[in-house]
Design a protein around this ligand. Sequence first.
Ligand code: SF4
Length: 252
Amino acid sequence: MEYTLPPAEKTWENHLLLNAFYPPLTLEQPRRTPMRELISTILSHRTTHADEELAYDRMLEAFGDWAGVLAAPTTELAHAIRTTRWPDTQAPRIQEVLRRIQTQTGGEFHLDFLADWPVEQGMQWLTDMPGIGLKTASLVLLFNFHKPVLPVDTHVHRIAQRVGMIGPKASADKAHQVLLEQLPKDALVLLNFHKHNYWHGQRICLFSKPDCPKCPLKGFCNYYLEHYGPATPEALAATPKQWDTAWGALPH
Ligand code: SF4
């Protein structure tokens, strides 16, 4: 069973409804520095936020700064980031990423040049580096440089499939391309779309047991239709209009 609302319209409705359901964000919200965003995102692969932060802090405590991390024996770096899932793989990757940044900047460790580059050039440069895929590159370009790109993490991907904004078998990389075509090339819209779907996937549209009665997307969600039938006027009227802080804090 599927709704007839076209996928692009579902995507826009998703944005409008979640923008009303969750607190809207601005581009000016404080962010981690671009270097921290990039390296932390490498550390975060299949790792909890607490363990990622612990690895990041231990790495800089052990080696002082980025030049120290680059010069460190790789086995010692792997030991410092041992709370991550694959420290032996990530340690040489981090050093290679730092080496390329140093080469690009002529000896420094920053990503400021990305602000002036066209989106495609920045995306290409970032994704050419080991361990950096579309999601990580998009996070850095959108969050730190306000470029109009869309990070598709596991939550955005799952919700897009369940609702029917993309095909049920579309990969995360395909979702990145399709959703970006469906949304305006506007960093503020894309930031809110990403964060709201991320929160929604962490708090309501859970992987194992989505809490559909609470969900404002039920009126056009394929998963809901399949499991509950068409959303009734009563079910729609009973749907909360906003996230209730009594349900808990939203993720970072
Ligand atoms: S209705 Fe259910 S499956 Fe659909 S987006 Fe909402 S929580 Fe997820």
